[in-house]
Design a protein around this ligand. Structure first.
Ligand code: ARG
Length: 384
């Protein structure tokens, strides 16, 4: 039963791979895979299949505005690693390669997939590889409220942070059938950018900073019926992710009121548009600071234009573009960009990246048993 489904998915993927990359007849490879599945309940992607699958999973990610770059993804094949220490070393190398001295490179590290029969799997507990802790205290949360649950899980494992607003969280790795272990992130692996504003001198006194490389670590990469439960990947930031959302969201660092007050705006009256003006300056500061630090970052206008180009290219290749409008349209100045005026079907193609239940929540169900992850999210806009 499981193997029938796996065989079917494998077949679909291999046929797509052979046809898109003009590789001729896939029959021999299909027979090989069938044999391997019959013998062991699993099959092994060649490194070319893995590369192709990971890139197409990115191309199919309906919520990503940066998909025009999917062909530049660097795929690190880490499937042979078997201890948490080895995985941690690979993650450190991933971060250094991705940071690339500021000229951020998109990288994915792919570790061994979940075994379809035994269910054994590797999990990286972190939602993102680099994030700041959020500590619940009597007087509110110190740090990033979005990481409060994960921070608590780390502390349960014996990790202890300094208690500042920008403590780097540890990396928590769970190998199949083994208790999770945590590792402190070495400083040399984490590039950070301190925030200043091109005109407002007071801005740097806010003490804001952010890390340079966004790495999603908790999604499942599905290729040809195999689930890569540990396959962290990174791109580079678009400035609104930090300026509008990480700094601006009321349930995140909630900086709009303070920035507006420092700008001398009347925050009692919505009609002064103090939130809009403060948000604009936060985004300006992020762009300015990254530029000054020599770290690659996209602005939302350029990213939107690139996405429209991606759509045209896809159509020219005879493929229908699928996308999630509410995620593609940037969180400020929406209607000033062409993406705002578009409509896409939000259907899910495969290969793709899927949500998973947080590994630290007990009795975690494999995502395959939970139905379509894109439909459990309802109207909530996730933070990825
Ligand atoms: N928005 C997330 C964060 O601030 C990162 C999501 C991925 N972003 C990207 N540009 N690839 O941590």
């Amino acid at each position: 039963m499981i193997t029938d489904l796996l065989l079917q998915r494998a077949g679909e993927f291999i046929r797509q791979f052979y046809s898109e990359s003009n590789r001729g007849n896939p029959d021999q490879r299909l027979r090989e895979i069938e044999e391997e599945i019959e013998k062991s309940g699993i099959y092994t992607h060649t490194s070319e299949e893995l590369q192709f699958g990971a890139k197409i999973a990115w191309r199919n990610s309906n919520r990503c505005i940066g998909r025009i770059f999917h062909e530049t993804l660097e795929v690190l094949d880490c499937r042979n690693l078997s201890s948490a220490g080895e995985v941690m070393n690979a993650l450190e190398e991933h971060l250094i390669r991705a940071a690339n001295g500021g000229n951020i490179q998109s990288v994915i590290s792919v570790f061994q997939p979940r075994h379809p029969v035994t269910g054994k799997e590797i999990r990286i507990w972190n939602p993102k590889l680099i994030r700041y802790a959020g500590y619940r205290t009597e007087s509110g949360i110190i740090g990033d409220p979005e990481e409060a649950d994960f921070t608590q899980a780390c502390m349960k494992l014996g990790w202890k942070g300094k208690g500042t607003s920008f403590d780097l969280l540890p990396v928590v790795i769970e190998m199949p059938g083994v208790e999770p272990v945590w590792f402190e992130l070495p400083e040399r692996c984490v590039l950070e950018v301190e925030m200043e504003h091109p005109e407002f001198e007071w801005f740097s006194k806010l003490g804001l900073k952010w890390y340079a490389v966004p790495v999603i670590a908790d999604m499942v990469l599905e290729i040809g019926g195999l689930h890569y439960t540990a396959a962290p990947f990174n791109g580079w930031f678009m400035e609104t992710e930090i300026g509008s959302r990480n700094f601006g969201d009321p349930h995140r660092l909630n900086m709009l009121p303070e920035v507006a007050a420092r700008m001398g705006l009347d925050t009692k009256n919505d009609r002064t548009l103090w939130k809009d003006r403060a948000m604009l300056e936060l985004n300006q500061a992020v762009l300015h600071s990254f530029r000054k630090a020599g770290v690659r970052i996209a602005d939302h206008h350029t990213a939107s234009r690139q996405f429209i180009t991606f759509c045209r290219k896809e159509q020219a290749a005879g493929r229908e573009v699928t996308a999630d409008w509410s995620w593609i349209v940037p969180p400020m100045s929406g209607s000033s960009m062409e993406v705002f005026h578009q409509n896409w079907p939000n259907t899910v193609k495969t290969p793709n990246f899927y949500y998973n239940t947080p590994a630290w929540k007990s009795g975690s169900t494999p995502d395959s048993a939970k139905g379509c992850p894109f439909h459990i999210s309802g109207r909530i806009r996730h933070q990825n």
